[in-house]
Design a protein around this ligand. Structure first.
Ligand code: ATP
Ligand code: HSE
Length: 317
């Protein structure tokens, strides 16, 4: 249940104020999602999503909402925040920052087809190109420094075999991050959490990508690796499904061909992406925040994915 903050018709009507989105007709809480409170809001001008941020603050929100506005402005299927007359993308509601974004069509898929993977690959490349002139500079909040510090807190809880895997992978990633190839990778503002549940599909067509609230500046290759590790795998084993992976890579490279350094670092970045989510899931598992207790995602899934990526990958870029 994701409605942490309950609001009334009058409160929403008042908050909509000068947003030029028309008179409020109805609203309903959205049950899925665990980070923020979301409502579908219907006005005489259309359907929107109201998000009340439970933890995010003025420090991060200008980056996330600014990036969504930037990408939507370039025609990508991303929910653009509706700005108030003075240009603000978020304003307080019940003392928490809140925003209104366009409601996009579609629903998330659990077993993507190769064509759907190709479509998400195309989106990813287009988003990387479109974000190149975005001015925001927030670092990926779940970067290697975060992983190292989260791992410190997790380590006392881990059995020996997992501890050794975690330490070995962090060592590998630390060395990799110092390499000339890594230093030469192209970076920009990336989604960094483009899992299946953050994409709305309409058949083979992408209706939209949502939930930019783990976005940050990181390498394009890392971002694509995050997507590959979720969209293109057998969820039982963590192994890649080759047709899905080939389709994702093909869709991506249609718009942004891979530079040589990206080709050389593909397996390393797939490992980095698996480590990032294994660590965050371990952290949520051992040190859950209040609202997460009932929604902790299984860390062992990403342990399996990481082990599989360390072994081999089906083909090179
Ligand atoms: N712009 C949008 N258009 C259509 N549906 C949306 C939009 N934004 C959110 N939703 C719906 O609301 C649900 C919850 O949103 P979201 O995934 O962003 O929740 P959250 O709590 O912010 O994040 P998390 O998934 O990390 O818990 C989505 O699964 C989707 O069904
Ligand atoms: N996509 C993340 C959740 C945070 O967005 C995970 O599956 O662990």
């Amino acid at each position: 249940m994701a409605v942490f903050t309950r609001v009334t018709h009058d409160e929403i009507q008042h908050w909509l104020g000068d947003l030029a989105c028309g008179e409020l007709q109805s609203f309903e809480g959205i049950a899925s999602g665990i980070e923020n409170t979301n409502y579908f809001v219907n006005t005489c001008k259309g359907r929107y999503v109201l998000t009340i941020f439970e933890k995010l603050t003025d420090r991060e929100l200008p980056f996330y909402l600014g990036l969504m506005q930037h990408l939507a402005g370039k025609g990508l299927p991303v929910p653009g925040p509706i700005a108030s007359r003075d240009g603000a993308l978020f304003r307080p509601l019940q003392g928490k920052p809140a925003t209104l974004v366009n409601c996009l069509a579609g629903s998330s898929v659990t077993h993507p087809t190769p064509l759907q993977c190709e479509e998400i690959g195309r989106f990813s490349a287009k988003a990387h190109l479109a974000a190149a002139d975005f001015a925001g500079t927030l670092e990926n909040p779940r970067n290697l420094s975060w992983i190292v510090s989260a791992a410190r807190a997790i380590k006392p809880h881990l059995p020996a075999e997992e501890l050794s895997l975690l330490e070995d992978e962090i060592l590998f990633q630390t060395q990799l991050s110092r390499s000339a190839d890594y230093q030469s990778l192209e970076k920009g503002a990336v989604h960094a959490d483009l899992f299946k549940d953050n994409a709305l599909m309409q058949g083979e067509h992408l209706g939209g990508v949502i939930d930019f609230y783990f976005a940050g500046v990181d390498t394009y290759l890392f971002d694509l690796a995050v997507t590959a590790n979720d969209w293109c795998i057998d969820v039982n084993t963590g192994e890649f499904l080759e047709p899905q992976l080939r389709a994702l890579v093909h869709g991506y490279s249609e718009h942004r061909p891979f530079p040589d350094a990206e080709k050389r670092l593909w397996q390393g970045m797939l490992r980095a992406a698996a480590l990032r989510f294994w660590t965050s899931r371990l952290s949520d598992y051992f040190m859950p925040r209040e609202a997460e207790v009932l929604n902790v995602k299984d860390p062992r899934h990403f342990e399996r994915v990481l082990k599989a990526r360390r072994q081999s990958i089906p083909f090179e870029l």
